[in-house]
Design a protein around this ligand. Sequence first.
Ligand SMILES: [Zn+2]
Length: 226
Amino acid sequence: MQSLLDLVLPRECGGCEAAGTLWCGRCEDALRRPPVAIRPRCDPGVPCWALGTYSGPRRTAVLALKERNRHDVAAPLGRALAYAIEQLRMLGEIDPVELASLALIPAPSRRRAARARGGDPVERFSRAAASTFGTEHVTVSPLLRMGRGVRDSVGLGAAQRQENVAGKILVSMPKNTVPYSATDASDTTVLLVDDVLTTGATVSESICVLKHFGIRVDGVLVVAAV
Ligand SMILES: [Zn+2]
C-alpha cells in the first residue's frame, strides 16, 4: 500500500527531504534542543525563545507546512515545541506544571494566506504540541487574526514591518469559548507561538492587543528566528 502511495505522493522527510520517510530520526534529533533566548529588534517586553535559527530542518519544515501543504510536518514541529516548553519549565524560565497550567496562543497569519494554505499552520502545530502533553490539559486559543491591509512582510525592514501590522491585529473570542479570564490568568502561563520571528513586529503588536483584552502573555516561543 505504501509503495502505491509513494507513486502518488512523494514520500520525503519534511525536514531534510531525504527519501523514504516523512520525517527522519536526524531531523527529530535536530529539533529536540533546548530553546535559545532571543532579543527581537521590536521588543515585545516579554522573554522570547526560539528552537533555533531559520535554517536546516527548521526552515525546511516551516516551508513544507506553509507552502507545500505538508500537514504531516505539524506533528514533529509540535513535538519539538512541546520539548522546548518542558525545557523552559525545567530551567525555571516559566512556571512548572504544579504552579500553572499552559495556554498557547498562535500568532496571527494573514487571512488570505492561511486560507490558501488550507488552514493556519501555526495553529496546526500548536495543537500538535498541546496533544503531546498527555493528561495535562494545554489550551490552544486562536484568538488573533490579521485584519485587512496587512501586506506580505517579505523584504520589509523593522520599522516597515511595525507599520504594516500596527492596529491591524484583531482579537476574536469564539462563541461559547472562554479561554481564560483575566482573573484566572495568574495561574496560567500564556505563550504566544509563531513559526518564524524576523523583527518581532507581529508578536509585539499581538501582545499589545491582547493586553487591552486583559490577557497577559508571559513569553514568546517560535520555531525559528531569522
Ligand atoms: Zn530529515
